[in-house]
Design a protein around this ligand. Structure first.
Ligand code: NAP
Length: 457
């Protein structure tokens, strides 16, 4: 090996260690920020090392790529945190597009001379990469509400999907046996692009978090396969870390939502689920003064934040209200649903930003048994994660998803702007129960008004 190659491998080793430290850091909210810094430093090291690759003779195209990438990437990173999931889905699509384009280019350059093992990896890279591109674009469109969130189904969908899958895998096998027959390769690529679309359209919006982490995992595995084709160690390591951590995250999210992976991926093909709910009664509006008295004289109050708290950026106001209640001797707890908001850990991040102590945050399983003894559950811009239909209506689109059982508290106050539905597009029977009072308005102003009113009680 030349000195340049030793240098490159050393930077790859450092990068790989930083990626592992980054993942470790991301496993806890306290260390997540540090984890991100490690991971970014690792990526910088890997890119820097690659610039010394002996096969690079001309830096002009790399410079153009760098400028174009930065020009697209920097504005993309400036989106509000609530739009982060669709932005992440776009990143997966770009990453996977890069992997499948590298794979296609390698095949165009080397053709049948690649050899069996490399061809096997290249085929997998292109197949997984291509279906991740279109699947991630559909996921981004659903999350951005450019497409309807409910499952999109058509007659004969199962047969079409199965046929496409068999043709895709069959072409891959046929190409491995006859690597010089390019038509098999391109049929496989085309099927993979179409399969990505068909895989994601029948999945309901509420299951998108699981789909996203699964697509993330596919993008990672595709990159690992790219690493084998190019003989690039850091791609193999980073791709494998990404692939498996994404897969573990998908399993954890399925567990959190009480769904099996098969149910998420193929649930849309089973018994028809319904967007209809069993809503009876009418919504009861309450005033700031009513709620202020309820809260001021409660023994225990549980705040249940959701996506609306994120859009209203109400976390600091919530913390102030929590502090005020605690000063008055009220026990205040924050209930965290694993898929509240729009990304895993969304509520943890916001509340940590507002310096809510980690010890005041309660996971769903910890807080639910306390609900019957809770005087007031305050739902702050949450909807699906407190929808009792998930527990009570087996035909609901979100049937089986565990919820924070606020309807079992002595009183519930829901802070939302109006009669808007949750992410799943379902009506929420909680809002119609006699125990529930609706406090309409932007979550931040409602919380600020409540704090001022309690100071006068
Ligand atoms: P949600 O079901 O999306 O409901 C949010 C509610 O907040 C809406 O009903 C809306 O009603 C209200 N709202 C919006 N802006 C508000 C504001 N400024 N002030 C007050 N209220 C406001 O939220 P969620 O209960 O947190 O559930 C999360 C959903 O997203 C789940 O279905 C989950 O599967 C899905 N999801 C989660 C992730 C993840 O990883 N966490 C990723 C993608 C999707 P109004 O319009 O009436 O105000």
């Amino acid at each position: 090996m030349s000195y340049a190659q030793y240098f490159i491998e050393a930077t790859y080793l450092i990068a790989s260690c930083l990626f592992i430290l980054g993942l470790k850091g991301l496993s806890h909210p306290d260390t997540a920020r540090r984890g991100m810094i490690y991971a970014a430093a690792g990526m910088a090291a890997a890119v820097f090392g690659t610039l010394f690759h002996p096969d690079i003779h001309n830096y002009i195209y790399i410079a153009i790529g760098l400028i174009l990438g930065s020009a697209i990437g920097i504005p993309m990173a400036m989106v509000p945190m609530t739009a982060m999931p669709q932005r992440t889905a776009l990143s997966h699509a770009f990453g996977a597009l890069a992997a499948s384009m590298v794979g296609i280019a390698e095949y165009v350059i080397h053709g049948a001379s690649l050899g069996g093992a490399k061809s096997g990896a290249l085929g997998l890279e292109v197949m997984l990469g291509s279906l991740t591109v279109t699947g991630s674009l559909i996921a981004a469109a659903k999350l951005q509400e450019m497409m309807r969130g409910t499952p999109i189904m058509f007659k004969g969908q199962q047969v079409v999907n199965l046929g496409l899958f068999v043709t895709m895998v069959g072409s891959y096998m046929a190409w491995l046996v006859n690597p010089a027959t390019a038509v098999f390769f391109y049929v496989m690529v085309t099927c993979a692009f179409i399969f990505g679309i068909l895989l994601v359209i029948p999945i309901g919006a509420a299951d998108m978090p699981v789909v996203m982490s699964l697509l993330n995992s596919y993008a990672g595995l595709s990159s690992a396969a790219t690493g084998f084709v190019l003989g690039n160690n850091v791609l193999i390591i980073a791709g494998t870390l990404d692939g498996f951590s994404g897969f573990i995250l998908s399993i954890l999210m399925c567990r959190a939502m009480n769904r099996s992976m098969t149910n998420v991926l193929f649930g849309g093909f089973g018994a028809p689920l319904t967007a209809e709910t069993t809503v009876t009664g009418s919504m009861r509006e309450v005033t700031v003064d009513d709620v202020a008295v309820q809260l001021a004289y409660a023994n225990q109050v549980v705040f249940v934040p959701g996506y609306g708290m994120a859009t209203a950026q109400a976390q600091h106001a919530v913390r102030e209200l929590g502090n005020l209640l605690e000063e008055r001797g009220v026990s205040v707890k924050y209930a965290i649903h694993p898929v509240a908001g729009r990304m895993p850990g969304h509520m943890n991040v916001l509340l940590a930003e507002a310096n809510v102590p980690y010890s005041s945050l309660y996971e769903m399983e910890q807080i639910n048994p306390e609900m019957p003894t809770t005087d007031v559950a305050v739902v702050i811009g949450a909807n699906d994660v407190v929808n009792p239909d998930a527990r009570d209506n087996p035909k609901s689109l979100i049937a089986g998803m565990p919820i924070i059982e606020v309807d079992r508290a002595k009183a519930v106050v829901v802070l939302k702007r109006g009669k808007g539905k949750g992410f799943s597009g379902l009506e929420n029977p909680l809002f119609f129960k006699p125990v529930t009072g609706m406090l309409y308005g932007d979550a931040k102003s409602s919380i600020t008004n409540l704090t001022q009113a309690i100071q006068k009680v």
